[in-house]
Design a protein. Sequence first.
Length: 449
Amino acid sequence: MTQPVQDQGNPSRLPPAFLERDGTQRPADHYDAPQLTADHGPVQFHVMAKPVGAICNLDCTYCFYLHKERSPAGLGRGRMSEATLELFIRQYIEGVTGTEVTFTWQGGEPALRGLDFYRRAVALQKQYARPGQVIQNDLQTNGTLLDDEWCAFLKENRFLVGLSIDGPRAVHDQYRVTRRQQPTFDSVMQAVSRLRKFGVPFNTLTCVHRRNARQPIDIYRFLRDEVGSTYMQFTPVVEYRGFDQRSVSANRALLQPQESDPESRPGHVNSVVTEWSVDPEDWGYFLCRLFDRWVARDLGKIYVNQFETLVAQHLDLPSHLCVYSEHCGKGVAVEHDGSIYACDHFVYPEYKIGHLQESSLRQAVLSRDQVKFGYAKRESLPQVCHACPYLSDCWGECPKNRILSSASGEPGLNYLCRGLKQFYTHALPHVERIAAGLRNQPISQGRRM
């Protein structure tokens, strides 16, 4: 990492130049600013921890992470050691100087690491927490391992659970199966019963793919009425061909069709995406139908991440979701071995930004490479996006989905673009009315997702 030339005058000023490794100097710029100003204000970032890496007891067809144990990054199979756990917790708490630190445990299936690991994690959090600092924990799980002992622990330690469930039995069991290809619906519904019995707060995470995207109302009714979910996350499944071997930036050189080309849709023999990826127009249909039902019956009762974020943006508040933020880069991933990556969707060798044993989490997040990664979300947008009336609602969505070319041949158009435009055209008049009614009311942050 390059080191700043020390300013011998006012320490609050940015230094005029940075000293490169070869001894040459370059002017300081906006990519250096977070690192240079971090001591003059609160530092807030988020980490998704992978205590068992990509290991999982399920074999969901569309999972974007299972292949990581055999990926070019060389992560392999492994479990986070207690030494790495302590290093992670200490560095995370030290690195975030804001009043709140949220630990998000993901996988693979993070429950495979066992309850004793999380008991130790909670004890370490209490040991290292600063006075007045709020420590929170989220567990994203498929639910199949949650027994009474697990649920008692989660309740006692105020964990928020993100439960993966794709809809009613026939929908859920299409892709969410065990390693032996057995259905998992009954096991997940047992987890729902236990979480409700113990009073553990939970959100539902539903992946929207090619086979369930035309069933938004059936899925919504099921989640609301049978699961009892009041906080719903809907994630579009978009995976370009070759995602298990190379990053999206490396993939662009191979194939990036235009939005009007048949290869830009799933099902084509030469499609740019896997056959289970959601069709962009189906994603638009899903959002529109779901939005109408939410507005008509559940506005103010059910939290749907896509819709609440859009309303927040039209109240001039920050997006609740990183994919709709102008910049990214503040949500990094820590693997089981302590390696740090720019994002859990970018766990590829070229996006490794550090290691807990070599540089701190704070240094990695504030590093020039990571800041450039975050700014690239806006800076790499094609011109057609800058001219789009929905730019401030979308900001090009997630960079991992920018796998198409614009009509003029410029790369970097988001695969979901046509569906998102369909949704915004339909929803924004209603969103503006909702926002207008909320402007004079106190703003509540709601529960984290």
